[in-house]
Design a protein around this ligand. Structure first.
Ligand SMILES: Cc1cc2nc3c(=O)[nH]c(=O)nc-3n(C[C@H](O)[C@H](O)[C@H](O)COP(=O)(O)OP(=O)(O)OC[C@H]3O[C@@H](n4cnc5c(N)ncnc54)[C@H](O)[C@@H]3O)c2cc1C
Ligand SMILES: *[C@@H]1O[C@H](CO)[C@@H](O)[C@H](O)[C@H]1NC(C)=O
Ligand SMILES: *[C@@H]1O[C@H](CO)[C@@H](O)[C@H](O)[C@H]1NC(C)=O
Ligand SMILES: *[C@@H]1O[C@H](CO)[C@@H](O)[C@H](O)[C@H]1NC(C)=O
Ligand SMILES: *[C@@H]1O[C@H](CO)[C@@H](O)[C@H](O)[C@H]1NC(C)=O
Ligand SMILES: *[C@@H]1O[C@H](CO)[C@@H](O)[C@H](O)[C@H]1NC(C)=O
Length: 562
């Protein structure tokens, strides 16, 4: 899918902050210089870690396999209506869904990973909806080890919010758009089902029966995120270099010590060296970081044997050099999702367009950063917790309401509710690699717990919601409103275009305590290899990006102090 990798250089031309890194680092070839830190992957986590390490004075190289994205990175793919602006498609919140129809070169190629996601500067933060929710304290306190409790992460959370504000009022004219679904949902959830109406990130810790407008990481009407903040401060430092179009193959190590990384760049394979006290940080995301460990001879010996027999490990890497650890890639999580199509006489659905939006909407966007294109289509969001009687933590459940229908239900009175199961679920799978070494999820990610508790909790949530529908003016189309709980269990666990599909909120595949240590997210059995990204975060109650960014703020601080 992706054909061109554009090496950095031009990256700097549009950014006022991005100064002279090629000059500062001299003419010397970056592939032969020794680096204090090589960070692999410029997703939200990698960008933040690289910023912390370069801020601490480490000579830092950030390597990204993909190419340009936001306008500020030199990205220039845009529909005609953006011509003459310095914004690429990536910058426009309302072009979020266009990535599913035509991702251009923004998403990972099938020879890179068997899952959908951003492989570009910004990683999936360059293609996601920008939903930005602070995890409740219970996520850290219940599911993370000592050192990673909510109190430990308070300072990191504050730092994150000082760099990236949470935005609920996205449109510069102060209005909210596409509100018929919001109004109907408020009637349903607040007036009828007894949810409280809150400003979500003002009360982050309460996720029991709360409803509100979504919070986003936007910045002045455009996509925000770490590319627009942390990466810009890094680029202003003379000890930092970002290289895009560089695909790392594996970590080069001598026993437990990493000495560099092996990468493909501009058609050749290079080994980029670390300084004697240098460190590698893998931030390739929850599927690709475990894969990089495996390709480096670190992982489940069964997987390493498979790689060896497929001739994917270098000859010198015989089993006596392996770092055997079954926790690498284990526990891979994604939210089980069900789309519920809802219709009602008061609903006016809205479909975003890449090429030909309604002219008055583009004029509003271009003229004053207002209107529907200032957000990614979500009009409301809600959570509750499904309790258990056996003392185990409750299951978090989330609903997110979109401005349009989906699948077979796309008339102009239909909207879509995404129902997710979140924290506390029992099901998870593994990162597995195929015969060519391409990593992807195993097929037991969703609803694989033997007793069926996950499906039961989510079906109960949907059943409870349906009991409160009368009076809201909304009718579900793909599941009958009077469906029994058993019928709902059956519906949500049967694959269809509405159920059991990938949400791509991958996480939890290199967990703290078993795969990496709690002290500095260092891979067990190594001296200087770290993982900092979605892999280390346990399943969260909310969309994962915020929590991953907090973990990277904390992880970067801990690694810089070593
Ligand atoms: C379509 C979509 C919508 C989403 N919507 C939301 C949302 O609204 N809110 C939310 O909170 N979350 C959302 N998410 C999830 C969120 O974007 C991810 O959880 C988050 O981006 C993960 O961050 P990360 O840093 O761990 O990895 P990633 O974002 O996956 O970034 C990893 C980067 O590393 C690079 N890389 C990987 N391997 C290599 C290698 N070997 N060599 C060089 N580079 C490499 C990749 O190219 C990529 O750019 C969404 C995800 C998707 C796909
Ligand atoms: C993009 O253009 C806008 C409007 O002309 C300007 O304010 C902004 O500084 C430009 N951004 C960059 C990164 O050049
Ligand atoms: C959004 O709310 C904040 C905080 O109340 C306020 O400062 C800002 O001006 C508002 N922005 C818009 C676009 O309404
Ligand atoms: C890429 O390789 C070609 C051919 O070897 C070379 O001419 C070119 O300078 C290289 N480009 C970069 C950015 O290294
Ligand atoms: C790792 O496991 C393999 C397979 O069980 C074994 O052959 C090898 O000796 C182990 N390596 C080490 C260093 O323990
Ligand atoms: C739901 O209602 C339909 C008719 O409106 C009926 O045929 C069906 O049996 C009902 N289902 C349940 C589970 O009550």
């Amino acid at each position: 899918m992706r054909l061109i990798h554009i090496p950095l250089v031009a990256l700097l031309s549009c950014s006022s902050l991005a100064a002279p890194l090629t000059i500062a680092l001299g003419e010397q070839d970056w592939t032969s210089q020794e680096w204090d830190a090589i960070v692999v992957g410029a997703g939200p986590a990698g960008i933040i870690v690289a910023d912390k390490l370069s801020e601490a004075g480490k000579k830092t190289l950030l390597l990204e396999g993909g190419g340009k994205s936001y306008g500020i990175t030199g990205g220039s793919q845009q529909p005609d209506w953006l011509a003459g602006t310095n914004m690429s498609r990536v910058d426009i919140p309302g072009l979020y869904k266009s990535v599913f129809d035509d991702p251009g070169d923004l998403t990972c190629a099938s020879e890179e990973t068997a899952a959908f996601g951003g492989c570009t500067i910004g990683g999936s933060s360059a293609i996601n909806a920008g939903l930005f929710f602070q995890p409740p304290s219970s996520d850290w306190d219940t599911f993370h080890p000592d050192g990673w409790k909510d109190a430990d992460l308070e300072a990191a959370t504050k730092r994150l919010l000082s760099r990236q504000k949470s935005v609920t009022n996205y449109s510069a004219d102060g209005n909210f758009y596409l509100q018929t679904g919001y109004e109907a949902a408020k009637k349903w959830l607040v007036d009828s089902a007894g949810y409280s109406n809150v400003v979500i990130n003002d009360e982050p810790h309460d996720k029991t029966k709360v409803f509100g407008r979504p919070a986003y990481d936007y910045n002045n009407g455009q996509r925000g995120g770490p590319v627009t903040t942390y990466l810009q401060t890094s680029l202003s430092r003379s000890n930092f270099l970002l290289q895009s179009g560089v695909r790392v193959q594996r970590v080069e190590r001598s026993g437990s010590k990493a000495t560099g990384v092996v990468a493909k760049f501009n058609g050749t394979t290079v080994t980029i060296p670390l300084s004697s006290t240098g460190r590698v940080v893998l931030s390739g995301g929850a599927i690709q970081s475990p894969q990089l460990l495996m390709m480096s001879g670190i992982g489940d010996p069964a997987t390493l044997s498979q790689l060896e027999s497929n001739k994917l490990l270098p000859d010198s890497m015989n089993p006596s050099t392996w770092i055997n650890n079954t926790a690498v890639g284990d526990g891979l999580f994604d939210n089980p999702n069900t789309f519920i199509e809802l219709t009602g006489p008061s609903i006016a659905s809205y479909t975003y367009s890449y090429k030909s939006p309604i002219t008055s909407d583009t004029l509003m966007y271009l003229g004053s950063k207002s209107g529907p294109y200032t957000f990614a289509s979500q009009t409301s969001v809600f959570w509750t917790m499904m309790p258990h009687t056996d003392g185990t933590p409750p299951t978090g459940v989330q609903g997110t309401i979109d401005s349009a229908g989906y699948g077979e239900y796309v008339d102009d009175r239909t909207i879509t509710l995404n129902v997710y199961g979140t924290s506390g679920l029992l099901s998870s799978g593994r990162v597995q690699v195929d015969a060519k070494g391409v990593a992807g999820p195993s097929d037991d990610i969703y609803y694989s717990d033997a007793a069926g508790r996950d499906a039961s909790d989510i079906a109960q949530f949907i059943h409870d919601l349906f009991q409160a529908l009368p009076g809201s003016g909304l009718t579900p189309l793909n599941i009958p409103a009077n469906a029994s709980k058993e019928e709902i269990v059956n519906y949500i666990t049967t694959p269809s275009q509405y159920a059991k599909g990938q949400v791509n909120h991958w996480s939890s595949s290199c967990r703290i305590g078993s795969c990496v240590d709690a002290e500095a997210l260092k891979v067990q059995g190594t001296d200087n290899v770290h993982v900092v990204d979605a892999s280390v975060v346990a399943p969260l109650t909310v969309n994962p990006q915020f929590g991953i960014m907090v973990a990277a703020e904390k992880g970067g601080e801990l690694i810089a102090a070593l």
